[in-house]
Design a binder for this molecule. Structure first.
Ligand code: GLC
Ligand code: CA
Length: 560
């Protein structure tokens, strides 16, 4: 089974800007996190993945770093960091920090130097090219709209930025840059970090010559930098320079565009690259031709096929991570559940799935109380650079229908996940005493932590129970996965098994009652209830499932 702590852990992601503001400036901070650690302890999570807290001009909320060893002033000081980490460790909570090294900020001293002259010692830290016929060096587009190249007058060349123009891509071909990265990693490990989440880890290696991309793609050029030619060499080198020196260190790569074959290399049980990857297939299913703001309805069978494929194909070969939300994705209950009438039932059903698959589950802040998407009326209320740039490019300059674009933002936009954490029903949801940097979701009076802690039937307590059971059950963590009734468009039915121990998971993905027929291998077996979001007696049988019902039964092969 190849056991280790990060396979058995449940990880909670904190987006610091939106978690808790301790000093009334409307911006979450490190002290705010420290104040809420008992809350996380109560929930029972094993580790926190903390989104970037380093010095940054905040063009992309900290994913544009100007000092990899400094703390963002708005978030506090290095003393605040040390205290937060100490308090986490005191509670047995590990800390995973975010490593953003595909690019830096354009305000990082490296780039400030790099852009000065062609012979500057830092020139080769970034990717500079001559233009072609007065235009950008190739046709690649940025993930935040427009060309991926920015012209810089000082040296009459262009630099590459796969994200905003304030996020120039680092040149991973340069061994000195790679050395800098490993030094940064070792700095944070020496400070006590227990692992890294590797930002856009599949994009470090660009195809030499930087050829034009297929213009029919939504992200033009991505075939030349996703899982690029040297990517696995780079991760082996990182492993040798960092991970190999610190046994137990956990790494999770954000690998947009990863395939099963690639995942087996990145996160293989003995490939010595990283611990696990975030795959993106299930969160890109709605995109038409890969276009995030052009969406379709996805039949349940397609969603299930993707989820099940990652379960069965990595089994015994590589390790999965499991997630339904993060700071780049909308709220899970709004996306796959019903965020009005059956908000509690459907959120619990979704988390039952999250906690009964093979892999390491990630909970994004607010999921544990069923926070929902937000619908701001005005584009001005959105802060996310991806949303703002896309609006400008597509609506203001591209003539697209504003109504349709707004619908897409409401459904998929990143700010859905970034509205402040809803702690209580007081103004600003208990997040801050001042107007927050991004407006609070107006539903905070009904949906908040205080309400959830007082309600024994809340999503919070159900999530806590799921985490407790996960810690108890090796079958839930390591068991193999078999799916039943694949073509059923209402139910997701699968079994996990480890030796003699089995968990049958039955999930109703609809707001209607649904007939459930017990699969053949479980017929005639006795069972006990493992967990359910409704009253249930625990004996597996043909039956009618209630709206968004989740029922998990524990049974043994050898029982009658
Ligand atoms: C990752 C981050 C996202 C950020 C981007 C650029 O996808 O999760 O928030 O905008 O990388 O760093
Ligand atoms: Ca603050």
């Amino acid at each position: 089974m190849n056991k280790c702590w990060w396979k058995e852990a449940v990880i909670y992601q904190i987006y610091p800007r939106s978690f808790m503001d301790s000093n009334g400036d409307g911006i979450g901070d490190l002290k705010g996190i420290t104040q809420k650690l008992d809350y996380l302890k109560e929930l029972g999570v094993d580790a926190v993945w903390l989104s970037p807290f380093y010095k940054s001009p905040n063009d992309d909320n900290g994913y544009d770093i100007s000092d990899y060893r400094g703390i963002m002033e708005e978030f506090g000081t290095m003393e605040d960091f040390d205290e937060m980490q100490r308090e986490m460790h005191k509670r047995g909570i590990r800390l995973i920090v975010d490593l953003v090294v595909n690019h830096s900020s354009d305000e990082h001293p490296w780039f400030v130097e790099s852009r000065k002259s062609k012979d500057n010692p830092y020139r080769d830290y970034y990717i500079w090219r001559d233009g072609k016929n007065g235009q950008a060096p190739n046709n690649w587009t940025s993930h935040f709209s427009g060309s991926a190249w920015e012209y810089d007058e000082a040296t009459d060349q262009y630099y590459l930025h796969l994200f905003s123009k304030k996020q120039p891509d680092l040149n991973w071909e340069n061994p000195v840059v790679r050395r800098e990265v490993y030094d940064i990693m070792n700095f944070w490990v020496d400070k006590g970090a227990d692992g890294f989440r590797l930002d856009v880890a599949s994009m470090y290696s660009k195809r030499p010559g930087l050829p034009d991309g297929d213009p029919g793609r939504a992200e033009i050029g991505s075939e030349h930098y996703q899982n690029g030619p040297r990517i696995h060499e780079f991760f082996h080198e990182m492993y040798d320079n960092v991970m190999a020196k610190h046994p137990g260190l956990m790494t999770v790569g954000e690998t947009s565009g990863v395939t099963i074959e690639e995942a087996k290399k990145y996160a293989g049980l003995d490939t010595h690259e990283m611990s696990m990857v975030f795959q993106f297939e299930h969160v890109k299913l709605e995109y038409i031709n890969g276009d995030k703001f052009n969406l379709r309805h996805v039949p349940l069978s397609e969603f299930k096929a993707v989820m099940s494929k990652w379960q069965t194909e990595l089994d015994g070969k590589a390790w999965n991570s499991l997630y339904l939300a993060n700071h780049d994705q909308p709220r899970s209950v709004s996306r796959w559940g019903d965020d009005t009438k059956y908000r509690k039932e459907s959120a619990k059903m979704l988390y039952t799935m999250l906690m009964t698959m093979q892999g390491t589950p990630y909970v994004y802040q607010g999921e544990e109380i069923g926070m929902t998407n937000v619908h701001f009326d005005s584009i001005e209320d959105y802060q996310d650079i991806q949303i703002r740039n896309a609006w400008r490019a597509r609506v203001e300059n591209g003539g697209e229908d504003p109504e349709k674009m707004m619908q897409a933002i409401w459904y998929i936009g990143r700010d859905n996940a970034r509205t402040p954490m809803q702690w209580d029903a007081s103004p600003c949801a208990g997040f801050s005493t001042a107007a927050p940097w991004l407006k609070v979701n107006p539903n905070y009076k009904e949906i908040n932590v205080k309400e959830a802690l007082e309600d024994p039937d809340s999503i919070f307590w159900y999530m806590k129970e799921l985490i407790r059971l996960r810690h108890e059950s090796e079958t839930a963590v390591y068991g193999d996965f078999t799916e039943y009734q694949k073509e059923n468009e209402a139910l997701y039915v699968y079994n996990r098994s480890l030796g003699d121990d089995n968990l049958l998971v039955v999930l109703n993905f609809t707001g209607e009652e649904q007939p459930f027929v017990l699969p053949r291998p479980m017929r005639g077996k006795t069972s006990a209830l493992y967990v359910s979001n409704y009253e249930n007696d625990g004996q597996m049988a043909d039956r009618t499932l209630r709206p968004y019902e989740a029922a998990v039964y524990r049974w043994k092969e050898t029982d009658k």
